[in-house]
Design a protein around this ligand. Structure first.
Ligand SMILES: [Zn+2]
Length: 67
């Protein structure tokens, strides 16, 4: 067993074939609950993009508002 590499556990994923928008994943599941088992690269939240899934963005915004 090799030591696990430090890896982002949440962030915006890439747009895969069949995806129309980029989803925000946390622990491999998208916040909008329409995508799961995501294993591609993640990027930390930066500026809003028109390619962002609106449902995922809404969850993020709601969490930010309650902090
Ligand atoms: Zn989404």
């Amino acid at each position: 067993m090799s030591a696990p590499e430090p890896k982002l556990t949440e962030g915006w994923g890439v747009i895969r074939p069949g995806d129309r928008k980029a989803h925000y994943y946390r622990e491999t599941f998208s916040l909008c609950r329409t995508r799961g088992f995501y294993t591609y690269d993640l990027s930390p939240d930066d500026s809003p993009s028109p390619d962002d899934c609106k449902a995922c963005r809404k969850v993020l915004d709601r969490e930010a508002a309650t902090k």
